[in-house]
Design a binder for this molecule. Structure first.
Ligand code: GSH
Length: 216
């Protein structure tokens, strides 16, 4: 295999962030759409974590963390300066925001989304905990325009797929929530050509399939 391959799942926010960076970099990648309950054996051979996304580079390097796939793609090409223009304070803020997103925010998002599995608290409790992150993001959007700068950068694209998931847990609530800048930021993303281009539907890939679908 000399082609770079991405094992992906369309709706997974981690896979979405990886596909966004791959698409903006225009690196040529073969997309293998996975069914999470029936993962292809080759995916499990490449990464025992058994999560998506997983990228296999042409030289057979396995990258099985979505944020690392973003860095890898942007190192190939960063035409909109998602990384390139940032100063060290912005890099640091970016890292903090992504850590909070993937840690505390994601935990509360899962509990909010699947509240029936976490009966210790009502759903509103989990939403309120997650809202601490929304308050912070709203403040940053007011201050900077985007999360860490006056233009889109890595942090926006790494975090937006999770805010999308949060918003759609209870869209009616989200639409009336007091985060106007966050809502516009999300809407612009959802309506973007970039987002549409990485949300196309592909049939699940199966071992031995010789149909090759390219992300870019
Ligand atoms: N830290 C990983 C997390 C990836 C992850 O948890 N992906 C989920 C799907 S959104 C997954 O594959 N879960 C395994 C499963 O559902 O079987 C990353 O950033 O890539």
């Amino acid at each position: 295999m000399t082609q770079t391959v991405l094992y992906s799942f369309r709706r997974c926010p981690y896979a979405i962030r990886a596909r966004l960076a791959i698409a903006i970099s225009s690196v040529h990648v073969e997309l293998r759409e996975v069914v999470l309950r029936d993962k292809p054996p080759s995916l499990l051979d490449y990464s025992s974590k058994a999560t998506v996304p997983v990228l296999i580079t042409a030289d057979q390097t396995v990258i099985d963390e979505s944020i690392d796939i973003m860095f890898w793609a942007l190192q190939q090409a960063d035409p909109q300066s998602w990384l390139y223009d940032l100063n060290s304070a912005q890099h640091q803020l970016s890292q903090q925001l992504i850590e909070n997103n993937d840690g505390e925010f994601k935990d509360f998002l899962d509990r909010y989304k699947y509240a029936d599995r976490y009966p210790e608290h009502p759903q509103e409790y989990y939403r309120q905990q997650a809202e601490k992150t929304l308050v912070n993001l709203e403040l940053l959007l007011a201050k900077n325009g985007y999360l860490v700068a006056d233009k889109i950068s890595l942090a926006d694209m790494a975090i937006l797929p999770f805010i999308r998931q949060f918003a759609f847990v209870d869209k009616a609530w989200f639409d009336t929530s007091p985060y106007p800048l966050l809502k516009t930021w999300l809407d612009n993303f959802l309506n973007s050509d970039l987002f549409s281009s990485i949300m196309l539907k592909y049939p699940p890939w199966q071992e031995g399939d010789n149909v090759t679908l390219f992300l870019t």
